[in-house]
Write a protein that binds this ligand. Sequence first.
Ligand SMILES: C[S@@+](CC[C@H](N)C(=O)[O-])C[C@H]1O[C@@H](n2cnc3c(N)ncnc32)[C@H](O)[C@@H]1O
Length: 270
Amino acid sequence: MRATDGETEPERTGGEVRVERDIRTVEDVLRLLDGLFAPDADRWTAGAADWWDGFYGDRDRPVPFFVAEPDENLVSYVARGLVPPGRALDLGCGPGRNALHLAGLGFAVDAVDLSPAALAWAGDRARAAGAAVRFHHGDAFALTAPDGPLAGPYDLVYDSGCFHHLPPHRRISYLALLDRVLAPGGHFGLTCFAAGEMGSELPDAAFYRRSRLEGGLAYTPEALRGIFAGLTEVELRRMRDEPPESGRFGERFLWTALFRRPGGTGGGGA
Ligand SMILES: C[S@@+](CC[C@H](N)C(=O)[O-])C[C@H]1O[C@@H](n2cnc3c(N)ncnc32)[C@H](O)[C@@H]1O
């Protein structure tokens, strides 16, 4: 018998039937929603590592963030004293350009990525620079579990380009991650696609109807302020274009945001 949505009803063998009724927790619902994006599994689950490995396979491709330069906003946060050195976590670090910059400034850096190819490249860069970054392979959500190697607390959590690849429901997991690992008074820095410039502006529900994330989600400042309303805004602006010789990465199609978690003993401008 065929169900109307095209799914197959379970087979009955010898009178026994296994009817799938596995949703019991919020995490079960989130996993079910992840599954709606199969076979893409889009860009954020452990199953996406192969996709990212392919993406990083050719290091000479003209991908903007393949340059070995840190985000201009990150450079600026530290240079202006908004973010003092401490323990940092680079979420979805890719080939490690921001992690290496932070390590060079005296931060104790953990950096995590799903892609072994990205981490191999990051390791090459770290060796060439003599930088001490602890790179971790795996899913940032899993590794930041309370008993995981990235449980924190961190004074800085930085994400350049990972958040906008998450489906809407995984914002719940992302906020929970920040809640787990960001120290009171710690900072959260983000760069993500700017609506009108890059990424899909479809409403959240449309991604589920299409089973695709359309290459990443565009955000407005209002959306970012709403999502991260539990944090205090320090600065939210477009990334500045950087000339090739500046030594910094800068692309106008990205928002840059710095938030601070309430509490702690202050420091860093907000
Ligand atoms: C657009 S790339 C940005 C890389 C790097 N931050 C940069 O700017 O150079 C996004 C990265 O996030 C990683 N990623 C996506 N979901 C992840 C997850 N759940 N855990 C760890 N890394 C993840 C991908 O493997 C990819 O390398």
